[in-house]
Design a protein around this ligand. Structure first.
Ligand code: FAQ
Length: 311
């Protein structure tokens, strides 16, 4: 019987039908979705921290309003994604526990510090730019709740990207010192942004299966190349230079060639040894612990209301 369920499932994937939470699915499909969707949710939540650092120091009221809205959107993205993940039969508490215990990963990019205001521009431009390239294909992923969540997330990410690019543009049109800040931010965020797409396809353990299940619609290397090709002309408009001596347009391939990514640094960051891993985790665990009394009070109130109804 399992064999026929499996055959029907594969046929539905082949027909590009969405798989919904109550539909039969192979256990590995369920697990790999819990892994990817929860890591994506954790990234949104941890991703609020580097930018949150600058809300009180935004250079004008207008910048502050836009940054506040962006960071709030990220909280929203985390919440949709946790909800999508819960439909696969795992609880929110278990998901948080996986993050807080270090069992679940979140994107490497959020373990780098935000040293100047220009970093907020670079994050919007590059990190949200990379996120859009990665997430637009996910609007077409095979698991219904994930695909639907991605539609709104992508719309909001494109506002985030433009918000960041506009910060960069203003800095680059400003004083030499401001342009220098923009260049410095690009220097520090360029390579970590390329790492967001994950290891190269030959090393990526999950890509082949995730492509078959149409969880992933494009591979890590395809998306990384697309990001580079799209971003270089934007850097040219800004008049700043990507820190890669090997970057060169390849007429034959119709793509940019680029230098070797420091994969040792990537794996160090993924394993918890990046510049801000400890700080990020202690901020999240601390927020959870400090919120205990709020959760306890909400539960006690709900129980009291329930008892009132019974009496
Ligand atoms: N960081 O076999 P693969 C955002 C892990 S955007 C840390 O290639 P897969 C928006 C991977 O989990 C950022 N770990 O894995 C925002 C696996 O380990 P595991 C979040 C990484 O899943 C912007 C192992 O390496 N976006 O938050 C990374 O097929 C601005 C082997 O890798 C998403 O999560 C990494 N960069 O491909 C918020 C998008 N790369 O799980 C605030 C959805 C790989 O076996 C401010 N996710 N690993 O222990 C995906 O598309 C995929 O999961 C990939 C990785 C492409 C990230």
């Amino acid at each position: 019987q399992i064999k026929s369920l499996e055959a029907e499932f594969e046929a539905r994937i082949a027909r590009d039908e969405k798989i919904e939470p109550k539909d039969w699915m192979p256990e590995k499909y369920r697990q790999t979705h819990i892994r990817q969707i929860s890591q994506h949710a954790h990234s949104e939540i941890v991703g609020m921290l580097p930018e949150g650092n600058w809300i009180t120091r935004a250079p004008s009221l207008r910048r502050k309003v836009a940054l506040l809205a962006k960071v709030q959107d990220e909280a929203g993205h985390g919440l949709y994604l946790y909800s999508a993940c819960e439909t696969l039969g795992i609880s929110r508490d278990e998901l948080y526990d996986q993050l807080h215990s270090g069992k679940a990963k979140y994107s490497s990019i959020f373990n780098y510090p935000t040293l100047t205001w220009a970093d907020i521009g670079a994050i919007g431009w590059l990190v949200d730019g990379a996120a859009i390239i990665n997430q637009v294909p996910l609007c077409n992923t095979s698991f219904g709740p994930y695909a639907r969540a991605m539609v709104r997330v992508c719309k909001e990410e494109s506002f985030h990207q433009r918000q960041g690019y506009e910060i960069m543009l203003k800095l680059c049109q400003g004083t030499p010192e401001q342009k220098e800040m923009a260049q410095d931010a690009l220097n520090r965020w360029w390579w970590p942004s390329l790492m967001m797409f994950g290891p190269t396809d030959d090393v990526s353990v999950h890509t082949a299966q995730s492509m078959k299940w149409k969880l992933k619609r494009k591979t890590n290397d395809e998306l990384r190349q697309q990001f580079i090709d799209q971003t270089i002309p934007q850097a040219e408009i800004l008049g700043i230079t990507v820190p890669d001596a090997d970057l060169k347009w390849n007429e034959e391939r119709g793509h940019y060639d680029f230098g070797e990514i420091n994969w040792d640094e990537f794996w160090q960051v993924v394993k918890g040894h990046g510049p801000c891993n400890k700080e990020r985790m202690s901020a999240r665990v601390g927020a959870w612990e400090k919120g205990t009394w709020v959760r306890d009070a909400a539960m006690a109130y709900a129980e009291k209301q329930e008892n009132k109804k019974l009496n």
